[in-house]
Design a protein around this ligand. Structure first.
Ligand code: XMP
Length: 512
């Protein structure tokens, strides 16, 4: 693991002092004192913000989109991974409905590649109709043509089938045959592939082994995307990374097994109260069945809770009981821990074990990201911040909003954000047709449904967050996130200002 991405070692006496300061507090209770800046420019392309997500996974940007059914499905996960973070696909599909969640993961894994090891293929003896329907189904414009032993025979593109009388025509009649293709035998790194493609002026480069069997396909489009997105979170094969959530009961093991098969990079065992016997059993079963598959567990908000998950083998700990925007746990149960206290406690517990701390929930302004990352989060998870965006699932609904000054109402587009423990989300997850009405009514809701204005793509929002985080690094007198963290924990009192109620109003409340 790159040392830049690791949280610095925190001296336990210093941590105890900070814990005293932050007991009962959350982000808005603090403001950070500015230090002499050492940066000429706050350039996100230069300032290192890399961080840990979990034991073996790192991110170049410390942003994770929450596993909520109104936040993360494939489109959100793709944007997050392209921008250097990661999305966790929610499990808000009905019990037993595993395939729709798996499909979301597959879409992300197929979006960008280095080498495509399993490109869509067609047989030379197939009809053009069959080839066209494979193209339509897979939404790819080029098929590799393989014989029954997976030996490369040619390439078939959309152009080869356009304006052609398909009746009685076979793939072999229209494909570009092997003899006319540029093909590379043996493995090839991406830089060499790029050189070859420029030299031979080709857009597709198939790779084969000594027997002519296809081993992969490299496309100019994927190489271009790699260039344009240098911070993207990718796996060893160049595909975007994605996580997916499962529960701790019911179909969770079967769900995990299908998600792992689809190439998911990390499984998040997510329940409202992760410090529980239900979680203990789930982790034990998970480890027994899936060995060392990367796994994050949560949520917890105390040192004891974090140690509990760590000792049972979690690679990452999701921290946050009740801070979330769509969450009512604290109101309905009076249990929870203010998020800054929770982060410091959990950081102390996780220490240098190598596991990641994900600061989950309660980030309402961009500046709180820097605080979450200083107080103990390796990275941050956000839900409401991405609600209402184009990539968030859900329909746009037009609502009438009264403009009191003009004495008229206008139609404004909204999308819904709902807590995963809201009655509406729970109802959708259960098969309501079969569920006992009494059973549904007996469920205590710990979340709510709110309308948020529809507001364009999540991509510029992530980019703004990153720019603002770079500004925080600069205000703190550091040149990278890692350095800011080291400086903060070397002398936390030099940074931390606990605010009076009027100080807080001056800092974070604006009425005009
Ligand atoms: P933000 O503040 O970014 O928080 O919207 C996202 C996190 O909120 C949590 N979450 C819930 N917590 N009841 C809860 O107690 C709920 O219904 C609920 N839904 C989401 C979750 O941890 C998410 O990542």
């Amino acid at each position: 693991m790159d040392p830049m991405s690791a949280f610095p070692k925190v001296d336990s006496a210093v941590a105890r002092r900070v814990l005293e300061m932050v007991r009962g507090c959350t982000f808005d209770d603090f403001i950070l004192a500015p230090r002499r800046s050492v940066l000429e420019r706050r350039d996100p392309a230069v300032i290192d913000l890399s961080c840990r997500l979990s034991r073996r996974l790192t991110l170049k940007r410390p942003i994770v989109s929450a596993n909520m059914d109104t936040v993360t499905r494939a489109p959100m996960a793709i944007v997050q991974a392209e921008e250097g973070g990661i999305g966790i696909v929610d499990r808000g599909f009905r019990a037993g409905e595993i395939e729709p969640q798996v499909r979301e993961v597959e879409i992300v894994k197929r979006t960008q590649h280095g080498v495509i090891t399993d490109p869509y293929s067609v047989s030379p003896t197939a009809t053009l109709d069959e080839a066209v329907s494979t193209m339509a189904r897979s939404r790819v414009g080029t098929l590799v043509v393989l014989d029954e032993n997976r030996r490369l025979q040619g390439l078939l593109t959309e152009r080869d089938v356009r304006f052609v009388d398909r009746k009685g025509t076979h793939v072999a009649d229209r494909m570009t045959p092997l003899a006319s293709l540029v093909v590379h035998r043996g493995p090839l790194d991406l830089e060499a592939a790029e050189r070859l493609m420029v030299e031979r002026k080709i857009k597709k480069l198939p790779l084969v082994d000594d027997g002519g069997v296809l081993t992969g396909l490299i496309t100019a489009r994927d190489l271009l995307r790699r260039r344009r997105m240098p911070f993207a979170t990718r796996d060893e094969r160049g595909r975007l990374r994605v996580g997916a959530a499962i529960g701790a009961t019911g179909d969770y093991l079967e769900r995990a097994s299908e998600l792992v098969r689809a190439g998911v990079d990390v499984i998040v065992i997510d329940i409202a109260h992760g410090h529980s016997i239900v979680m203990e059993r789930a982790i034990a079963q998970f480890r027994k069945r899936f060995g060392d598959v990367e796994m994050i567990a949560g949520n917890v908000a105390t040192a004891e809770g974090a140690r509990f998950l760590l000792e049972r083998g979690a690679d990452g700990i999701k921290v946050g009981i009740g801070p979330g925007g769509g969450c009512t746990t604290r109101m309905t149960t009076s249990f929870g821990v203010p998020q800054v206290q929770a982060l410091v406690e959990c950081r102390m517990a996780v220490a240098d074990s190598g596991a990641g701390v994900i600061a989950d929930g309660g980030i309402k302004r961009h500046g709180a990201i820097a605080q979450a990352l200083l107080f103990g989060g390796d990275c941050t998870m956000l839900g409401s911040a991405f609600a209402g965006t184009t990539e968030a699932p859900g329909e746009v609904v037009q609502k009438s909003v009264l403009l009191p000054e003009q004495q008229k109402s206008v139609k404004v587009p909204f999308k819904v954000l709902r807590g995963m423990a809201s009655l509406q989300a729970i109802r959708d997850r259960l098969d309501v047709e079969d569920a006992d009405k009494v059973e549904i009514d007996a469920l205590g809701a710990e979340g709510m449904e709110i309308s948020v204005p529809a507001r364009g793509s999540a991509r510029p929002i992530v980019r703004d967050m990153i720019k603002h985080l770079c500004s925080s690094v600069s205000y703190g007198g550091a040149s990278s996130l890692a350095e800011l963290r080291r400086m903060f924990w070397a002398d936390p009192e030099a940074f931390l200002i606990k605010q009076s109620p009027s100080g807080r109003r001056e800092s974070y409340e604006r009425t005009i």
